[in-house]
Design a binder for this molecule. Structure first.
Ligand code: 5RP
Length: 226
């Protein structure tokens, strides 16, 4: 396992240790969340805690089944106690860039549904300013070129994300464009402008949503609260 994977495992396990019996949990997506789901499965087996999760991607749902984490959905549950998710960038105000795994839309739904959003990252994700990681934006396939053209007017050249030589299709049947803004001076303003473009389904900017960040570094695991 690489050092970065060890840090992801450490923060995933720490987050799992904070979950309380009876909680309904939003389960994010990505390689850090893998360790969270695995550790939750362990706690269910060892301690018999009763929890239910709503996954933000098909992949996370499969991990939950593999590790024995019971699932529910928004037909049965409208509010979550906590959502735990990874991130691609976290700035000093806890604004986030997410969507590296193309799951940003469902991730934002489970983030908004939760009383508390906890982000789990290794230290490489902590940045002074958002934007070095190209911002993922989920867009409708219909006339995606026009949507990308409108996004370009905001100061980047969007790149359609591909998989095996064809456009990557999200769990929601949409496309992703990765937008290399490089430096995002006003994340809330950019998010507002992107949301106004017809064809944009959701952006990977998570503004004022995170309540705590669990960071793994060579020094150990630190929890920062807002
Ligand atoms: C998926 C995400 C992930 O949380 C983000 O990409 C971080 O992933 P990882 O834990 O694999 O580094 O936003 O859409």
């Amino acid at each position: 396992m690489t050092t970065q994977d060890q840090l992801k495992k450490a923060v995933g396990e720490r987050a799992a240790s904070l979950v309380k019996d009876g909680m309904k949990i939003g389960l994010g997506s990505g390689s850090t969340v893998y360790w969270l789901v695995r550790a939750l499965g362990e706690r269910i087996k060892q301690e018999g805690i009763q929890i239910e999760g709503i996954p933000s991607s098909i992949q996370t749902g499969e991990w939950a089944k593999e590790f024995g984490v019971p699932l529910t959905d928004f037909a049965a549950t409208k509010e979550l106690d906590v959502t735990i998710d990874g991130s691609d960038e976290v700035d000093p105000d806890f604004h986030l860039i997410k969507g590296g795994g193309a799951a940003l839309f469902r991730e934002k739904i489970i983030a908004q549904a939760a009383q508390k959003l906890i982000i789990i990252v290794d230290e490489s994700k902590m940045v002074a300013q958002l934007g070095a990681f190209a911002l993922p934006v989920e867009i409708l396939p219909f006339s995606w070129e026009r949507t990308a053209h409108e996004i370009e007017k905001l100061g980047c050249v969007p790149v359609l994300r591909l998989k095996d030589g064809a456009p990557l299709v999200t769990d929601n049947g949409n496309y992703i464009v990765d937008c290399p803004f490089e430096k995002i001076n006003d994340p809330a303003d950019l998010d507002n402008k992107l949301q106004q473009i017809v064809g944009v389904v959701e952006t990977g900017l998570f503004i004022d949503m995170a309540d705590a960040v669990i960071i793994g570094s060579s020094e150990g695991v630190t929890i920062k609260e807002k």
